[in-house]
Structures are given as C-alpha cells and as structure tokens.
Design a protein around this ligand. Structure first.
Ligand code: MN
Length: 245
C-alpha cells in the first residue's frame, strides 16, 4: 500500500468511526436552517452529518436497517464521491450551496453527489422520533397556498407517488415567498438554478428512492409515504419556513 492509498483508507476509516459516534460530528448544524446560506455552508472535504437520533428511533415507520444503510452507506458514498469530484475543479473552493446554485447539467458527478449530500443532510433533520405538530403560522400559510391542510397533503403525496424511478418530493418556499409542492428526479433539488425549473428554499423533503423504503415496504411506495407523515419533524420545518420568508 502506498502513502496515497493509506491516506485514502485512513480517511474512510475516520468517516466510518465518526458516523458511529454522533458526538464526533459537527457539520449537521451548518447544513440546515439559517446557516445554510451561501458562504456559510462547509466547503470540501464534506462529511456525513450524524443522525440526530438512533438508527432504530423511527421504528416502526422507518426501520433500523434501512436507516443504517441509508445513512452510512448511501449518504456516505455521496459524500465520498462529491469530495473526489470537486478535487482540482472550480467547485473545490465553493460552499455546498454555491456548488448547487452553479452546477451545470453536464457536471454529472457533482450534480448527483452534491445533490445527494445536500438532500440527505436535510432529510435526516426533517425526521423525528417524537411527535411534533406544525405551527399555526405554517398551517395558515399552507391553507392560503393549497386551500386546506388535506389538499397540501394530497399534493405532496401525489408528487411523491408519481416520481418516475428515483427522486424526491419537496415543499419549497418560492422566490416570491409562496409555498409550492414539486418533485425532482434522481438527486436534483430546488437549489439547482441551472437545472431545476421550479427553484426555491426546501422546507420539507421526502426521499422516494427505493433504497429509502424497499427493505420494509418492498414495492409499495404509497405505504412508505403514509408512514412518513408520522415521523416528520415539524419543529424543523417551522424553523426552515421562518428563515425562508
Ligand atoms: Mn436516499
């Protein structure tokens, strides 16, 4: 093993050690809410933020094994591949938000892995093992935009169900400060100004890749979408909404 290979392996080992030890990770806070503005996101090398709860904390709605593989292996791979992809490019000195705002459709590795890192970092914070409820302010805004809370849920569920193949459903705050439900393919997200038509600030996100639900729900994506409503962290959604308007 040469020095370069050793450093690479040592780096992977420290990522593995860190994700098993939430106290050792510090980057989660900088990827969400008010801190997630251009210039404040961490730059490469990126790291996998710790889950703010245990792998089994979302049972029975999202199972432990899915969470463990999803966080450590899938998100871990996006981070590793993003770090490899930015090396030696103009993206190396940019924050994650800046990367996403400027990435071109053809920059596949950065688009897929930068999106993958951002989307998953956000997603973990939007889940909660304890029951939370949306604020009156958010409920009023949802009613104003969609007609009723139920109509918003229907719109979000439909967006999540109808993603063809892999992708995400989102509730975003548009540049005009309106609430909108959208979906994106693969790891694209509403921050990708050069790629996604309906851009904005994401405040709720649902991963509908099969890797997010297949072990427990098999091919029945709608059951996973229904279960998601039991574990949404509305306190976090409220915070993101307040920061975006
Ligand atoms: Mn995923």
């Amino acid at each position: 093993m040469n020095k370069r290979e050793f450093i690479k392996l040592a780096g992977l080992a420290s990522v593995a050690a860190a994700v098993g030890n939430p106290a050792g990770m510090v980057s989660a806070a900088s990827l969400k809410g008010k801190n997630n503005k251009n210039g404040n996101s961490p730059k490469a090398p990126f790291t996998v933020p710790a889950l703010p709860y245990a792998f089994d904390a979302l049972e029975p709605h999202i199972d432990k094994t899915t969470m463990e593989i999803h966080h450590d292996k899938h998100h871990g791979a996006y981070v590793k591949n993003l770090n490899d992809a930015v090396k030696g490019t103009k993206y190396e000195s940019l924050s994650l938000d800046e990367i996403l705002a400027t990435v071109k459709a053809d920059d596949k590795a950065i688009r897929n892995n930068g999106g993958g890192h951002y989307n998953h970092s956000l997603f973990w914070t939007l889940l909660s093992p304890t029951k939370t409820t949306p604020s009156d302010k958010l409920k009023a805004a949802v009613t104003a935009s969609f007609g009723s809370w139920e109509k918003f849920q229907d719109a979000f569920n439909t967006a999540a169900k109808t993603v063809f193949g892999s992708g995400w459903a989102w509730l975003i705050v548009t540049p005009g400060k309106k609430l909108q439900v959208i979906s994106t393919p693969n790891q694209d997200n509403p921050l990708m100004k050069g790629i996604v038509k309906e851009t904005g600030t994401p405040i709720l996100a649902l991963d509908v890749w099969e890797h997010a639900y297949y072990l427990k729900y098999h091919n029945v994506r709608p059951d996973y979408i229904s279960a998601f409503w039991n574990v949404i962290n509305w306190n976090e959604v409220d915070k993101l909404y307040a920061a975006a308007v």
